[in-house]
Design a protein around this ligand. Structure first.
Ligand code: ADP
Length: 335
């Protein structure tokens, strides 16, 4: 046996211990089949006969693969002939594994979504309960009215958060089903970005985050789906706020050759090198979910939207120093 092992080790680079384990397991199974046959001949009992069992088989090169084994014994005259059929079920096992992975991913998705949706719902309920209590007191003072107003605005913000989470989920299922439809028309990407920034102005003020606009106003005509591109810009700004540690955020829109380039720079927590690609994948987050809320879908969706516009999205980041997210879109060629 020794020359065979050495041969295999050289050819396949298997660890010797693994080879010994496989060889032993094979030898053990051979011995137990012989024992089984002897037992059957003596007693007529053959528990594995006439049924299908799943086991593994060993190839000559030492690799294992899953098989379905069907064995039967047929008596002709005074002797038995044993038949056994082995079917390689590698493909079937692979698709079973894929299905299991898909189910696991779906369950994980449901649990993350439920958790994320529950947070704003709980907070909204609390705000409304407090507001109702104040209304019941019938206090006509200005302070009481202002407090109710404040609670209502907080509840509306939670509602907005829920709406955007639901939109993210819907977008992901549209993308996976290949049903993402873009409604493209010529638009100025510089103006679009500024409109989105305008919607965030209250939030920047409320959170005390300085926003710096860089670069001169430019004409940046692209063919795009306004709503989807707004989502991309909005996602990058939301992330800069979420992960920006409250420090200044810079945004610039510039024309570079035949492209328009949007850069969103923050000075926040940054992203480790090994996570830079992963964050554009579905459900991938580089932070512990308990710290800052999120589904890990925004960048995945943005990436899909930008690519569907013939553009690209990139990130450059240093942990603890901050991140720069860049989106480039092709400009409509000058006539
Ligand atoms: P979410 O923010 O909901 O988790 P995203 O897909 O928008 O999902 O982002 C994926 C991950 O990328 C985030 O969980 C975070 O770890 C990381 N990330 C995104 N933007 C930034 C940023 N500006 N700074 C640091 N990390 C970021």
């Amino acid at each position: 046996m020794i020359p065979l092992w050495t041969d295999l080790v050289d050819k396949q680079h298997f660890a010797v211990s693994e080879l010994i384990r496989r060889y032993e397991s094979c030898r053990h199974r051979r011995r137990s089949s012989i024992r089984g046959v002897k037992h059957f001949l003596k007693t007529g009992e053959g528990p594995i006969l006439n049924q299908r069992i799943e086991t593994t088989a060993l190839r000559r090169d030492g690799t294992e693969f899953p098989v379905e084994l069907a064995a039967s014994a047929i008596r002709t005259g005074g002797t038995y002939t044993f038949y056994s059929f082995l079917r390689d079920i590698t493909d079937r096992k692979k698709s079973e594994e894929n299905l299991k992975d898909a189910i696991r991913a779906r369950d994980e998705f449901i649990s993350i979504c439920s958790h994320e949706l529950k947070t704003p719902v709980t907070s909204m309920k609390l705000q409304f309960q407090m507001a109702v209590r104040q209304l019941e007191k019938g206090d006509p003072s200005v302070q009481a009215r202002e407090s109710i107003e404040k609670r209502s605005y907080t509840a509306i913000r939670q509602l907005d958060r829920m709406t955007s989470l639901i939109e993210e989920m819907l977008d992901v299922s549209r993308i996976s089903a290949g049903k993402l439809q873009l409604d493209k028309a010529p638009l100025d990407f510089h103006d679009l970005t500024h409109e989105v920034i305008e919607r965030f102005s209250d939030q920047f003020v409320a959170l005390g985050i300085p926003l710096e606009m860089r670069g001169k106003p430019v004409r940046a005509m692209v063919v795009g789906d306004r709503y989807r591109l707004e989502q991309v810009v909005s996602n990058l700004i939301t992330n800069a706020i979420k992960y920006g540690s409250g420090r200044p955020i810079q945004i610039s829109v510039a024309v570079v050759g035949e492209k328009v380039r949007l850069s969103v720079t923050d000075q926040g927590i940054g992203i480790a090198k090994e996570n830079l690609e992963r964050i554009f994948e579905r459900f991938e987050r580089a932070v512990r979910s308990s710290n800052i809320s999120g589904l890990g879908l925004g960048l995945y969706i943005s990436h899909q939207f930008v690519e569907a516009h013939g553009g690209r999205i990139e990130v450059d980041s240093e942990i603890g120093k901050g991140s720069i997210f860049t989106v480039e879109l092709p400009l409509i060629p000058a006539a």
